[in-house]
Design a protein around this ligand. Structure first.
Ligand SMILES: C[S@@+](CC[C@H](N)C(=O)[O-])C[C@H]1O[C@@H](n2cnc3c(N)ncnc32)[C@H](O)[C@@H]1O
Length: 303
């Protein structure tokens, strides 16, 4: 029996304060049209003290042992032929966390792809999200990006870190029975498709996140998923009225996009403070939902 700490619902969304691994295992088979989310980036951030917090782990192996269960159940609940899209990046490691004492990159994206494929998903698409290395240097002060190091010993320097969206498909004999995702040219013109089909998205904004609207007393999320990335995935890979799932909904970013775009949304989040913000954000998205040109909804930079 799933331990749901709290729950809330609107006309087009349901949100649960629960451990997603346990919750997803209780969801019906072939019930989700699309899932889109950022998983916890292994041990990069600890979101809460809970032992069920998947960021609260000592090693990547420990993280993937749990994430693997979710990936397997996510395949079961997804409709045949449909997709899951995960927003990920690689992780920098330093000498103090390395047995060898070296510094470099952990290919978290590659591990996520490997485990999805091992659990039965078909690797479908990898989108690289360009991010500015100058802003990254200013934010992280990483010595991999310092011009001083480039001048004195360039072998110490690396380069900017992109984000990725990895997309996987549930390949299944029954997939022909699932309705196709259809895009009338009036809503989705050829030039938009050509841009969104690009393997590298150069023009999205990391600051286009829900935190921008946080009130002073509200806890800001450590790493909310950019709204413009979610919007492209939701619009490309689901039909209006279909159900979009985020197993790690945080403050509700994926849900807000899904609701604004006329989809149904289902989300789970472990941390009560994030769950409460997600509920407020989903309520407000539903109240403010307007029919209009879908592609214009998030066209501006919210920062
Ligand atoms: C990368 S963040 C997702 C942020 C979200 N996309 C947003 O925009 O707000 C990962 C989230 O997973 C949550 N989380 C960690 N372990 C969890 C678990 N076992 N069940 C449900 N949520 C969990 C964390 O609290 C965190 O909010």
């Amino acid at each position: 029996m799933t331990n749901v700490l709290d729950q809330s619902a609107g006309t087009s969304w349901n949100a649960y304060n629960a451990d997603t691994v346990e919750f997803t295992a209780g969801m019906p088979t072939n019930s989700i049209d699309l899932s889109v989310y950022s998983p916890p980036f292994s041990s990069l951030y600890i979101y809460s003290e809970s032992e069920r917090d998947m960021g609260n782990v000592d090693s990547h192996d420990e993280f993937f042992a749990t994430y693997r269960h979710l990936i397997r159940e996510k395949l079961r609940i997804t409709k045949p032929g449909r997709l899951t899209a995960i927003h990920v990046k690689d992780l920098v490691f330093y000498s103090n966390s390395s047995e060898k004492g070296d510094r470099g990159l952990y290919h978290f994206t590659g591990e996520c792809i490997r485990v999805h494929v091992e659990e039965g998903w078909t690797f479908h698409r990898l989108i690289t999200i360009w991010r500015c290395p100058v802003k990254e240097m200013q934010k992280t002060k990483s010595d991999r990006l310092l011009y001083k190091n480039f001048r004195t010993d360039a072998a110490r320097t690396g380069g900017g870190m992109p984000e990725y969206i990895a997309v996987f498909r549930k390949w299944n004999e029954a997939m022909e029975n699932t309705p196709a995702v259809v895009h009338p040219p009036s809503q989705f013109p050829l030039d938009v498709w050509q841009e969104w089909a690009s393997p590298v998205w150069m023009d999205t904004h990391e600051t286009n996140v829900l935190n921008v609207g946080a009130k002073n007393d509200e806890e800001r999320h450590l790493c909310p998923m950019p709204l413009d990335l979610t919007q492209r995935i939701v619009l490309q890979y689901s039909n209006p009225g279909e159900t979009v799932y985020s197993p790690f909904m945080g403050i509700g970013s994926e849900g807000v996009v899904a609701v604004r775009e006329g989809r149904k949304f289902l989300g789970t989040e472990l941390k009560p403070a994030y769950f409460k913000r997600a509920v407020r954000n989903l309520q407000s998205a539903e109240e403010n939902q307007t029919a209009g040109d879908l592609l214009d909804t998030f066209s501006g930079d919210a920062a």
